[in-house]
Design a protein around this ligand. Sequence first.
Ligand SMILES: [Zn+2]
Length: 278
Amino acid sequence: MISIVSYELEIISPRAVANTEGVGRGNVGAIYLNNFCLAIDSSMYVSTGDLFRSNVETHFKAPVKFLIITHYHADHTFGMKSFKDLVSISSAQVSKNLQSTDVLERYKGYIIELEKDDPLGKGVEFILPNFLFTESLIINDENLSVEINHVGGHTSGSSFVFFPEEKILFAGDLIFEDKFPYAGDVTCDPEKWITAMKRMRALNPDFIIPGHGPVMKGSDKLDRHEKFFIELRSIIKDAITDGLKQEEIEVPTTFDNIDPELKLLTVDHWLKYYKTQI
Ligand SMILES: [Zn+2]
């Protein structure tokens, strides 16, 4: 049984770190301001959440004061127990997503499964963020600030986090780097996702920490992601006009490894979404 995992931090800049190795499933990151740190997402496990928090505090020699949750998915929220004593921030919609009947039911079962079957999955608790905002929130510490923007897209509650001082963007699952994105969540809004891509691009970030996959250097790394969604939109709209079936639809070849299940969920959801629009 694996009980200890290594969860090293990748140093992005003097004030930002991340772990994008995938051990904790969803990526995590942290920003050090003047007197405290902010953690972004909790990973899927309490074991990785604990290591993440202690590694951040050791690295910056400052306490983590806030946890920011980018969206409701389990691989970003199930490690929240490690931050239970802190202020945990999300869009109000994340809290609504987590409390929907379907998610409550599913996550309850998921936690039981993890406890039994996943060596890393012990001790997960269902925890709701305790500090909610609607559109955006700025956290200030003396001369430094961090901006959280609720944009929707990947899920209805999705936010991205920007640290202007070092031009670092934590995109949550608005970006899956080097892999086909999961764009089939029941609350996924393709139009909002495309708008979010444009907003993130406009910030001209030097570094982007995606929700999955490696850290991206340079804002031009966002271009192919934006292009992918715009192309997918026109493919789906054409498919509706031409009466194509789901299995006849080819997705853009932006990403090498197209997971057939993710493709199916995505195409299915986008078809439903645009059928109501056309
Ligand atoms: Zn997600």
